[in-house]
Design a protein around this ligand. Structure first.
Ligand code: BES
Ligand code: MN
Ligand code: MN
Length: 456
């Protein structure tokens, strides 16, 4: 531990500067206009992995953005850790809400503000630096493989193909991922589950063209009004989702599981204050932690139609659209849920309109074990570096590829994340505390050490 601290202390400034360099690339995978920048980011990651001491570093081309692979195999008898992360980021919009430019990392009050600061550049780069530290101090305790992708924020569709085609190369004993959050630095925690996702887009069409709202209004259905009614009907008065069969496979928590989940430190008043809301909302009969960690949900992610430009235009639009996503919990299946959503949405469309439903990428939910050697190693690493045993929690977010690692490679994951819910992932002014960045770099070598020891 002393040796680790010393190395981090001596290289602190450079570790930060390198992360800043990485954050300056606008690697937005969703927007083709950033293609050149995403590719430059991939090259940068490969270069840094090489510099840190990885062998066989390769920029693996895919039908989309490349996957960076690198490894250090020191002894076939030692366990192997496969580190996964993503170098792509979400779009930075709405730009006007950023206090400083999203791709010009800025430190305020000990926090790095930039798109990707936490999700996931700041977090996966901790692994690159922890690896460098172990190489330089001759303390690497496990074989290491890196797989850093560039399409996580757009559904990882090419990573699935890569994993299937590289089963031998990716053989490992555990997948280690830092792309999730902790409760707080005082209450360190480890997420032990991720929700799945089914993402739909709907289009409601009324008349065959935009109409004068005075000439036709009141006599022809307005697709925006109809779409709003259809969307509103997807939750009942208890905020329960009304789609038939939606909950059929959802398993109820046992009283013990409920108790454990709700014993995590969580202050509803702080939560409301942080979000500036007067009251929380959600499915009746469940606590906030149960709602985000263990219950499936349905959210409208965007809705558009009609005139939204300057001034007023009196129009009865021909079309209205929405993007609607559902978070899924164990035993729900993304394709099945997409299909029952489609069937239901079509069935509730009144005669005045036609609807089209399209399914985007999805992903399956996962629960990661807490009784594995890898989990115990993570627990011990946190205990050593934070002085507190981590609390297992259930996260609300999704990393669809985790289920695939289980299915295709047969490897379970450990979600050793160092972010905070207040890091504003996907929002304006995303941040990552410098403290968390260094703390992560200090904790990760301990994971490798304990994983090797406990695997014996
Ligand atoms: N790192 C997040 C997922 C996450 C965030 C998990 C916080 C737990 C806590 C990941 O990059 C992400 O944003 N995933 C997407 C899904 C993806 C298919 C776009 C998500 O959860 O919306
Ligand atoms: Mn992420
Ligand atoms: Mn993300």
């Amino acid at each position: 531990m002393q040796e680790i601290k010393k190395y981090v202390e001596e290289n602190k400034q450079r570790f930060l500067e390198e992360l800043f360099e990485l954050l300056r690339f606008p690697s937005v995978s969703a927007d083709p206009k950033y293609k050149g920048d995403v590719l430059k980011t991939a090259a940068f990651v490969a270069e840094k992995l090489k510099e840190a001491g990885a062998d066989k570093v390769e920029i693996c081309e895919t039908a989309g953005y490349p996957i960076i692979y690198g490894e250090k195999i020191i002894d076939a008898a030692l366990p192997t850790v496969l580190i996964y992360g993503h170098y792509d980021v979400q779009p930075a919009d709405p730009l006007e809400l950023w206090h400083t430019p999203p791709f010009e990392p800025t430190v305020r009050d000990g926090k790095i503000y930039a798109r990707g600061a936490c999700d996931d550049k700041g977090q996966f780069y901790m692994h690159v630096k922890a690896f460098e530290l172990m190489m330089k101090t001759n303390t690497l305790a496990c074989n290491v493989k890196f797989m850093i992708e560039g399409e996580e924020e757009v559904g990882s569709s090419n990573l699935g193909i890569f994993v299937n085609a590289n089963k031998e190369r990716l053989k490992a004993d555990v997948v280690l991922i830092s792309d999730t959050s902790m409760i707080s630095m005082e209450n360190p925690s480890i997420e032990t589950g991720l929700r799945g996702l089914a993402y739909m887009e709907v289009e409601v069409t009324g008349p065959n063209r935009d109409l004068h709202s005075g000439v036709y209004g009141g006599a022809v259905a307005n697709p925006i009004t109809i779409l709003c009614k259809m969307i509103a009907s997807l939750h009942d008065e208890n905020n329960h989702i009304t789609i038939p069969e939606f909950y059929d496979k959802v398993v109820k928590l046992t009283e013990d599981e409920k108790k454990a989940l709700n014993s995590a430190p969580f202050d509803l008043e702080d939560y409301k204050k942080d979000l500036d809301i007067n009251a929380e909302w959600g499915e009746k009969g469940y606590s906030t932690l149960e709602r985000t960690g263990t219950r499936p949900t349905l959210e409208v992610n965007g809705i558009w139609g009609g005139y939204i430009g300057e001034g007023a235009k009196t129009v009865l639009p021909s079309k209205a659209n929405a993007k609607i996503s559902m978070r899924l919990v164990p035993h729900q299946n993304s394709d099945e849920i997409s299909a029952i959503f489609q069937k239901h949405f079509e069935s509730i469309a009144p005669d005045f309109v036609k609807v089209k439903v399209h399914a985007h990428h999805g992903g399956e939910p996962v629960v990661t074990p807490t009784d594995s050697v890898a989990y115990r190693a993570a627990e011990k690493a946190i205990l050593t570096s934070f002085g507190k045993k981590p609390i297992p929690t259930r996260g609300g977010g999704s990393i669809p590829i985790v289920a695939l690692f289980e299915d295709v490679l047969g490897i379970k994951s450990v979600l050793l994340g160092f972010g905070l819910d207040s890091d504003a992932l996907h929002s304006p002014n995303e941040k990552y505390d410098i403290y968390n960045y260094y703390k992560g770099i200090e904790t990760l070598p301990l994971f490798h050490k304990y994983f090797a020891e406990l695997s014996k």
